[in-house]
Ligand binder design. Structure first.
Ligand code: BJW
Length: 238
């Protein structure tokens, strides 16, 4: 079955939890005793670049492990995109590549991607697969410049905000999945979509505390395929 509606989906770390990637704010959310706020800021990078490179190198390496792969929730969203006859946009706060690997195409990685590096001088991005450190140089500048992880840190502006906000204003349905709603601007998307007349739905392990018209709670790999089947019918299986 197909679906004639403009849909915006926002995902957070919870959708990748059952793929083996830790969320940020659960009990295990520390990395070598550091909270995310201590490594994911421009100030942290300026003060201790080696630590920050190491943090992102470890997480990039983890993506290559055989057991880290898209789960049923990622696959269900790729199926929803195919069934959607209106405008569809998947906005992820995640920096992993699991939505891309599941086949999602209309996708904005608003907080950047582990598999990209950015030139500190020109801000051009390149795809990387290995480690990055202060000796990794760009190929776009003369003399070559150092590179940083292409990640949106606290205090920086998330990517493609104009495109996201315009999709939210046109949305008939907004679905937030696996996000605690503690980090802005993503935490404000449901309200923006609702003001423009969209129905808002939360799919999460537990209620986030933000206001939604409806919510379904449990592990993403159960709740997301179930909800998407309720939209596009039983013909779809993952
Ligand atoms: C499951 C599950 C399962 C578990 N199934 N569910 C004061 C007030 C308001 C705002 C601010 C303020 N002070 C500063 C700000 C702004 C700041 C901010 O929001 N700070 C807050 C901490 C207060 N934001 C920014 O600085 C942003 N930039 C900005 O605002 O620029 C200004 C601007 C914006 C727009 C236009 C113009 C100007 C930048 C934010 C960058 C965030 N970066 C990070 C780290 C980098 C990426 C990385 O290293 O990976 O992004 S922080 C971290 O949090 C990461 C995540 O993307 C983000 C969100 O976390 P998420 O995904 O929600 O994960 P969790 O762990 O919090 O939640 C997981 C959820 O899943 C939970 O609900 C679980 O229950 C659930 N779950 N298992 C289903 N199996």
């Amino acid at each position: 079955m197909s679906l004639k509606a403009n849909i915006v989906v926002l995902t957070g770390a919870g959708i990748s939890a059952e793929s083996g990637l830790k969320t940020f704010r659960d009990n295990n959310g520390l990395w070598e005793q550091h909270r995310v706020e201590e490594v994911a800021t421009p100030e942290a990078f300026a003060a201790n670049p080696a630590l920050v490179y190491r943090f992102y190198n470890a997480r990039r390496a983890q993506l290559k492990q055989d057991d880290i792969k898209p789960n049923a929730a990622h696959l269900a969203l790729a199926a929803l995109e195919k069934a959607c006859l209106g405008d569809f946009l998947l906005v992820t706060q995640n920096v992993d590549n699991l939505h891309q690997r599941a086949g999602s195409e209309q996708l904005i990685a608003m907080h950047g991607q582990l598999n990209q590096a950015r030139c500190l001088k020109s801000h051009k991005t390149v795809v990387i697969s290995g480690d990055l450190d202060s000796t990794t140089l760009c190929q776009c500048c003369q003399p070559p410049s150092a590179m940083r992880p292409d990640i949106v840190w606290f205090g920086e502006i998330p990517k493609q905000m104009n495109k996201i906000e315009s999709a939210l204003r046109r949305a008939d349905l907004f679905i937030a999945i696996g996000t605690s709603g503690q980090v802005y601007p993503a935490a404000g998307f449901a309200q923006l979509a609702a003001h423009s007349g969209a129905k808002t739905v939360e799919l999460n392990m537990e209620k986030s505390g933000l206001a939604f018209d409806a919510g379904h709670y449990g592990p993403a790999s159960n709740v997301v395929p179930e909800y998407i089947r309720s939209l596009i019918g039983d013909g779809y299986r993952v």
